[in-house]
Design a protein around this ligand. Structure first.
Ligand code: SF4
Length: 109
């Protein structure tokens, strides 16, 4: 299952984390929602592959620890999504399609 690119319509913002939005539902530790808006990562799909961290030319992603999550115990957090240059590398390299990048989405809180 890939990230829903229409999450702005299907989900609601439930919290903020490190300067970006979190789109619910969130029920820790099993359900963590989507982090980010311009650069959105579905934490419930992310399996700690790490290609996005390695390949992003402007270091948008940082690891965040998520102990107890069924898919992986670390997630690629779009901590610096405002730096994104829309190269789409992360979208291409993610093996589970957990990332969606859309410069048209509002990323400011
Ligand atoms: S689209 Fe490019 S610049 Fe933006 S987060 Fe992904 S890899 Fe980084």
């Amino acid at each position: 299952m890939a990230i829903d690119p229409n999450f702005e319509e299907s989900r609601e913002v439930v919290e903020e984390h490190e300067g970006h939005r979190v789109w619910g539902p969130v029920e820790e530790p099993e359900t963590l929602g989507i982090h980010g808006t311009h650069v959105a990562v579905d934490f419930d799909i992310c399996l700690e592959d790490g290609a996005c961290l390695e390949d992003c030319p402007v270091d948008v992603f940082e690891w965040v620890e998520t102990p107890g999550h069924p898919e992986s115990e670390r997630k690629a957090d779009p901590a610096n999504e405002s730096q994104c240059i829309d190269c789409m590398l992360c979208v291409d390299v993610c093996p589970v399609d957990a990332i969606d990048v859309d410069p048209g989405r509002e990323n400011r809180i």
